[in-house]
Design a protein around this ligand. Structure first.
Ligand code: NAG
Ligand code: NAG
Ligand code: NAG
Ligand code: NAG
Ligand code: MG
Length: 211
């Protein structure tokens, strides 16, 4: 009985002391993506959010879209789940270039910051979804993006959609083969849902320090 009470209180303490996990999606909105495929990408993101929330009370999401510009579509500051889902559903595609490297740098410098709701000691993850090769002028920023991801200890996943992606780039972004997902088209995103969710949850649980 005492043991039970102790363990129960311990779990409550972990819940309140755990700084939580922040997960940023970096979403390609380049012109090569058909509007129905862009909608599929958004549906995929909201499904991941809902699935992770079933397991993780302490998970916050952000979404950055990139095209001719880079912008925060969903900030970590949005704490209301249904509102966050609605915000993602209403994202409008930017189109134009594939500036994946700059978008990663933007996310680290402007989303994972205290001013925008990020906690210093929370676990951080980034999920990059792209259908193409990084635009030529932006490729020069990939090394900086990789260094920042490593310095900031961000767990990263890369999801390459279709046959126009560059595997070498996605490998640099994801850092490990197990965090790299390749699918034939946007319809096939559904097929990696459960594996991605398992990887995310595994990453979250690895962060909770047990006595
Ligand atoms: C798309 O990119 C091209 C070349 O970088 C640029 O000239 C054009 O203005 C951009 N279009 C929009 C809508 O931003
Ligand atoms: C906070 O997010 C906004 C976009 O929502 C961005 O313009 C701003 O630069 C961010 N703040 C910091 C300190 O990076
Ligand atoms: C690449 O994918 C597109 C769209 O799915 C398809 O139409 C095209 O045939 C593919 N090209 C190659 C070389 O596989
Ligand atoms: C990096 O993150 C992992 C997983 O959250 C954690 O175990 C490790 O202590 C972190 N390393 C540093 C240097 O913060
Ligand atoms: Mg593209």
């Amino acid at each position: 009985m005492f043991m039970f009470v102790f363990l129960f209180m311990y779990d409550i303490a972990v819940l309140f002391l755990d700084p939580g996990t922040e997960i940023a999606f970096v979403l390609d909105g380049s012109g090569s993506i058909e509007s129905e495929d862009f909608k599929r990408a958004k549906d995929f993101i909201t499904t991941v959010m809902k699935n992770v929330w079933e397991k993780c009370f302490n998970c916050e999401f952000a979404v950055v879209q990139y095209g001719s510009e880079i912008r925060t579509e969903l900030s970590l500051n949005e704490k209301d789940g249904p509102k966050a889902i609605e915000t993602v559903k209403n994202i409008e595609q930017i189109e134009n270039a594939t500036i994946t490297a700059s978008a990663i740098i933007y996310t680290i410098e402007h989303v994972f910051v205290p001013e925008n709701g990020s906690k210093e000691d929370s676990k951080k993850m980034m999920i990059v979804v792209s259908d193409g090769a990084i635009s030529l002028w932006d490729k020069t920023h990939l090394e900086k993006a990789k260094n920042l991801l490593e310095t900031k200890n961000i767990t990263r996943f890369a999801i390459g959609v279709g046959n126009q992606t560059k595997i070498e780039e996605l490998k640099i972004i994801s850092n490990s083969e197990s965090n790299l997902f390749l699918v034939g088209d946007y319809k096939a995103l559904e097929g990696i849902l459960s594996k991605l969710k398992t990887s995310i949850i595994k990453g979250i649980e690895g962060n909770t320090k047990r006595l």
